[in-house]
Design a protein around this ligand. Structure first.
Ligand code: GTP
Length: 295
């Protein structure tokens, strides 16, 4: 999600470099077509396409951060090297500017070195995330803090996790979703369909979160998402995005969020108090809804 900015920056850099390169080669002499080695063109073209596809995959799969930036710089360097290699297949070497043959040698090794550093840090980061997930999973399964219908965590799990994060004195965001008129859905489509909708919402929310976030079914038709280390702006953006995602399941949800910043609180807060703030906000939002139907 946070990759939008990086994606735009990466595309701008790549396009600018490619245009500058292509432009500076306008004075160079093209090889006669009989001298172009098609096999070299195909292999170097394939390497360029592979580099760009890895770049796209990284941008889609990774959250914003230093490791992602290293991977992007590495892959951009590698792709630029491949592009220059490909270009020089079409031009007579002696007509190319001298800087080109110098510059041509640089992007690939620098790119590959940066990529290697990025991959190494990614491995370290993944080890930590896996360890955290394993510990959390074990705790919840052992204590059976899992909701029977949706198979995600229940409200006791989120309280436990929330308490842990509050103790660490880190900011966090809490977002609550409450399905609108869920009673009507149960009445019109049956309780079983209602269960399926709850499960789909649970899966949808789980799939949209970062690895450190947690979603639980809080009560009948309401869910809470815990976003550790999240700023207020990030919490609001996530809330908006998840609400839109729920709308795609053909139902509406009311959404309330609270942000916890330890430094701004008068005294340490408990998980229950934070959840009750969230509940109160949700009640106000529900009360402020326009009356949809009459009679
Ligand atoms: N299918 C299904 N329904 C449930 C479950 N638990 C609670 N419910 C239903 O969820 C509904 C919650 O109703 P309300 O709290 O009035 O919520 P609502 O109809 O969404 O009304 P608003 O929140 O004001 O829009 C009730 O009809 C409960 O029977 C469950 O596990 N499965």
């Amino acid at each position: 999600m946070a990759n939008g900015k990086i994606y735009r920056a990466a595309c701008t850099i790549a396009i600018t470099f490619s245009l500058l390169l292509s432009f500076s080669l306008m004075q160079a002499q093209l090889k006669p077509s009989s001298n172009i080695d098609l096999f070299d063109v195909a292999t170097e073209g394939a390497l360029l396409i592979l580099g760009l596809s890895w770049l796209t995959m990284v941008l889609q799969a990774r959250p914003d951060g230093n490791v992602t930036r290293l991977l992007i710089i590495g892959l951009l360097g590698y792709s630029l090297g491949c592009y220059m290699d490909l270009l020089d297949e079409f031009f007579i070497n002696s007509s190319l500017p001298t800087w080109f043959s110098w510059l041509e040698k640089l992007p690939t090794p620098i790119g590959l070195l940066t990529l290697t550093l990025g991959l190494w840090l990614w491995r370290e980061e993944q080890k930590t995330v896996n360890e955290q997930l394993r510990t959390r999973e074990q705790f919840f399964r052992q204590h059976q803090l899992v909701d029977r219908v949706t198979k995600i965590y229940d409200c006791r799990a989120i309280r436990h996790q929330l308490d842990m994060h509050i103790k660490r004195d880190k900011q966090l965001g809490l977002v609550m979703f409450d399905i609108d008129n869920f009673n009507d859905i149960n009445q019109q489509q049956g309780f079983k369909e209602g269960d399926i909708l709850l499960t789909n919402i649970a899966q949808l929310l789980s799939s949209q979160l970062r690895s450190q976030d947690l979603v639980c079914r809080y009560a009948g038709d309401s869910f809470i998402v815990l976003l550790p280390n999240a700023s207020n702006t990030f919490t609001q953006a996530m809330a908006k995005e998840l609400k839109q995602a729920i709308n795609q399941l053909n139902c509406q949800a009311s959404c309330a969020e609270v942000h916890y910043q330890p430094q701004t609180e008068q005294q340490a807060i408990e998980a229950n108090k934070l959840i009750s703030r969230l509940n109160n906000k949700m009640k106000q939002i529900k009360l402020a809804r326009p009356i949809a139907k009459a009679g």
